[in-house]
Design a protein around this ligand. Structure first.
Ligand code: COA
Ligand code: MG
Length: 288
């Protein structure tokens, strides 16, 4: 199993040189160097140059590095994509993907610009149309070299005029639809950001909710959010211990031919064995 942890995915404004530097020392699994929403129109060119230099200079170690470009229908998107094709990050995050064609087009232009085959596309799911088309978007994963769907919950709230109150009650169906679409095609899915970055309790609760929904991790806006996020999106120690018990139990000679067994009064089937093996493998990767 090749597993890449994407528990903590930290955004930073591409125009913020200090943040681009500091990210080399932070414990995030992935970084999104942003050219879009967090960069003012007057700073787009400067941010593009700073991000290009940072990615080429490297020093990000095991962290997965993604560049978020501006939409290809904006004055900056094509130049951003050209820079990303040249700088060769692990991934390019395309904003406001509305239909499968948007991400396939971005991928093809990237290749035509001489971009590396190994660079993956990530798609922002952040508009009502993207929720309706999540299934189609995810199904284009081969043509688009797509590996990850990223929820843009601030834009979803803006576009739907819903609020985040009541534990994100209004947008829960959108989050779940995106998880389903991703899983139907073997993609990862990362939850949206929590804006109130000094509120650790609220952040914790939202991470836990994301895990319950099946998210692989959460996008973050501040280094102070990384620790809690890594903890909550790692398999809990009890879960790892339970997984090892399942693996051990199915290895016993008396269980070799059994499809279902009982451990501590609970029914455990071979599908749980597959889940346990995944948890154990993830825990190994994270520990390593
Ligand atoms: N990435 C990397 N480093 C960051 C960071 C980020 N997203 N946010 C803050 N830092 C650094 C600061 O540079 C500072 O480092 P230093 O003290 O070693 O110089 C340290 O973390 C503490 O920062 P702090 O003073 O608490 O925050 P701030 O007031 O400077 O910035 C924000 C607050 C919200 C403006 C800033 O965190 C930010 O820009 N976040 C990302 C926004 C974004 O990318 N949005 C787009 C997607 S929603
Ligand atoms: Mg957005």
């Amino acid at each position: 199993m090749t597993f890449r942890p994407r528990r903590s995915v930290l955004y930073m404004p591409g125009a913020n040189a200090r943040a681009l530097e500091k990210a080399r020392t932070l414990d995030a699994d992935a970084l999104i160097l942003d050219l879009e929403d967090s960069v003012a129109p007057a700073s787009k060119g400067e941010a593009r140059s700073l991000v290009a230099a940072a990615v080429k200079a490297g020093g990000y170690g095991r962290r997965e590095v993604a560049i978020r470009i501006n939409g290809l229908d904006t004055p900056w998107g094509v130049e951003d994509l050209k820079m990303a094709a040249d700088a060769s990050p692990h991934a390019i995050l395309v904003p406001k993907v509305a239909e499968a064609g948007d991400i396939v087009t971005a991928s093809r232009i990237h290749m035509a610009m001489g971009g590396a085959e190994a660079t993956r596309m990530w798609a922002m799911i952040e508009t009502p149309m993207a929720i309706f088309n999540a299934r189609d978007i995810a199904s284009a994963h081969q043509a688009a070299r797509l590996s990850c769907l990223v929820l843009g919950t601030n834009d979803l709230l803006k576009e739907t005029r819903a609020t985040a109150a009541g534990g994100r009650l209004a947008i829960l169906p959108f989050l779940s639809m995106t998880v389903l679409a991703a899983r139907a095609h073997g993609l990862d899915v990362i939850d949206g950001v929590y804006n109130d970055f000094r509120d650790e309790q609220g952040f914790r609760a939202e991470c836990e909710q994301g895990r319950i929904l099946g998210m692989d991790g959460k996008t973050l806006i501040h280094p102070g959010q990384i620790g809690v996020c890594n903890e909550l999106f790692s398999p809990a120690p009890e879960e790892v211990a339970w997984s090892h018990r399942i693996i051990k139990a199915f290895k016993l000679p008396e269980n070799e031919k059994k499809g279902v067994i009982t451990i501590d009064g609970k029914m455990v089937e071979r599908l749980h064995l597959a889940m346990a093996e995944r948890v154990a493998a993830i825990a190994d990767v994270i520990a390593g």
